[in-house]
Structure formats: C-alpha cells, structure tokens
Design a protein around this ligand. Sequence first.
Ligand SMILES: NC(=O)c1ccc[n+]([C@@H]2O[C@H](COP(=O)([O-])OP(=O)(O)OC[C@H]3O[C@@H](n4cnc5c(N)ncnc54)[C@H](OP(=O)(O)O)[C@@H]3O)[C@@H](O)[C@H]2O)c1
Length: 298
Amino acid sequence: MTTILLTGITGQVGWELQHALAPLGNLIALGRDGMDHANPDSIRSAIRSTRPDIIVNAAGYTAVDKAESEVGLVTRVNAVAPGIMAEEANRIGAPLVHYSTDYVYDGTQERPYTEDDAPNPLNTYGKSKLAGERAIREVGGTYVILRTSWVYSARRSNFVLAILRLAREKPVLSVVNDQVGSPSCARALAESTAELLRKRHLIQGHEGVYHLSASGQTSRSEFAKAIIRIMREISGAKGGWAEITPITSDQYHPPLPARRPLNPVTDKSRIKRVFGIEMPDWESQLRSFLPELAARVT
Ligand SMILES: NC(=O)c1ccc[n+]([C@@H]2O[C@H](COP(=O)([O-])OP(=O)(O)OC[C@H]3O[C@@H](n4cnc5c(N)ncnc54)[C@H](OP(=O)(O)O)[C@@H]3O)[C@@H](O)[C@H]2O)c1
C-alpha cells in the first residue's frame, strides 16, 4: 500500500488534504509536533522514520505582513525546509509535492504569467517561497511545485472569513480594487492535488513548477461583493450586510507592512496540458463553499 506523508495538517490546505488523500493510501498526517519545519533535524528524522512513498508539503509560513519582521523564521520554514524535504525525498525515491504562491511575481505584467515568466517577488513572504522553490529544483529528484493563489477555507484566517465577519459588524467596508487574483478554495485545491497524485506516474519527466488556482480572475473588491451577494441569496436576507466601497491599495489605511503584487494572475494551461487538471472558476468554487458557512454567520 502507498504511504503518503502529509505535513501542515492544521492549515487550510493541509486540513482538506487529509480527506482528499485518505483514499489514495496509508496517510501519515503530521502537524508541527510531528515535524517542525524550522528545525532541519526534525524534518530529516520524520521522513527517515516514516519512509513514505510520496511526500506532500502543505506546511508553510503564510503570515504575509508578519513575515516582514520575522525574516529568520520565514526563511527557515519557507526557503530552507523545502530543500531539506527534497533531499530526503530524493534519498528514498519519493515524489515531493509542494505549494508555492503567485506572490513570487511582481504583478506588473498585463497578460497572465506563465511558469516561464521571470519571478520578482515584492515582499519577504514571496522571496522566501521563491527561495524554497529554487532549493527544491537544485536538489532535483521527482517533484511538483504548485503555485496557488488567494486560498480560503472554513478554517484559520482568510479573506472570505474576514469579509463575512466585518460585513456583519460595519455598514460600509473599504476593499481594494486594484489587486487581482484567482480565489481558490482549499478543498478544491486538495481535490486537484489528489487528482495529480492519481496520475503520479506522469510526474517523472515532467518535474517543475505548475500554476494551480481557480480559473478566471477577480479583484479583491469584486470578490468581496460576490461573497456578500451569494451569502444574501443563501440566507434570503436583504439587509444586515455591509456595502463594499472600492479603494486603491495606496488608499488602504493603515498601510500594510508587506507590498502586494497588483496583478499576479497566472496562466494555468501547463497543468491542464500535462496532467489534465483544471480547477473550476472562482465564482463556482465560492458558490459551492459558502453554504457550509451560512449557518455560522447568518
Ligand atoms: N493562504 C493563501 O492565500 C496562499 C496563497 C498562495 C499559496 N499558499 C501556499 O499554500 C500552502 C498552504 O497554505 P495554507 O493557506 O493552507 O496555510 P495555513 O492555513 O497558514 O497553514 C500553514 C500550515 O503550516 C504549518 N506551519 C507553519 N510553520 C510551521 C513550522 N515551523 N513547522 C511545522 N508546521 C508549520 C502550520 O502549522 P500551525 O497550525 O502549527 O501553525 C499550518 O499547518 C503554503 O505553502 C502557502 O505558502 C497559500
């Protein structure tokens, strides 16, 4: 039976992966207590003692603003740990699946970024994720790096949960309209990752970076409007939700510590071509997701 080692199980993606990957084999699901990504010895010993057939790394330092003042920790978790995981995966011949971000791009390009376009991260988080990708690539072996975008789920903190909370507390919410992305539901990402693992025979010879996020794109403010519009439809309530006022990133107050790329939207055709994987468009993902939250917030 295939043994899959999954890390980051308390996170948005890792939590959903526990369910999505369970049918694929014997799942060893580790949180921080089973593998501390800031500690190379902990990474090595967890992999050496479990000797998995596949490693899926959903752990990462994701606090984009806090990262600006925790460069040492961010570097250990996002830049160094992936390389160590790749070394250990390579030693035992296990494919490594790792997540990265569209924040590796500066977001100034007018057309969607392909995996061959040059990254140029604007903040510490993006730089650390790019360094992690490069560390994996330098080791080589059998690996896939999935650059995703604007992840949300029913857990932890994310844009959807923040909008749903604030939209009940305030009459008007100012949301930036100049940051564009492809909001991706953690469950859909986990399902696409499971699909990738079902086709893992294709990884060898196709190692590299792949864009994997929702089809389509939207701005933060249009995304916020869609969240409220769909929630109103579900609850049948007309009032009680904030109106969204679009603002630019420069108008956001107080300014955030980390600069965000404005238009890091990615072209997802490579993963479709190689693995036949395409995530649903962002709005249908949101429509499938919101009903499970409706009881909580309406
Ligand atoms: N969230 C997004 O919008 C987004 C966008 C693009 C790409 N990504 C990438 O997608 C992946 C998954 O993101 P996510 O949203 O699921 O992240 P998340 O919800 O913030 O979860 C992060 C996970 O990493 C774990 N972790 C952090 N530091 C650790 C350490 N030192 N040792 C062990 N575990 C540690 C956390 O454990 P604790 O619970 O113990 O803290 C948690 O399980 C990450 O690689 C991220 O960079 C995310």
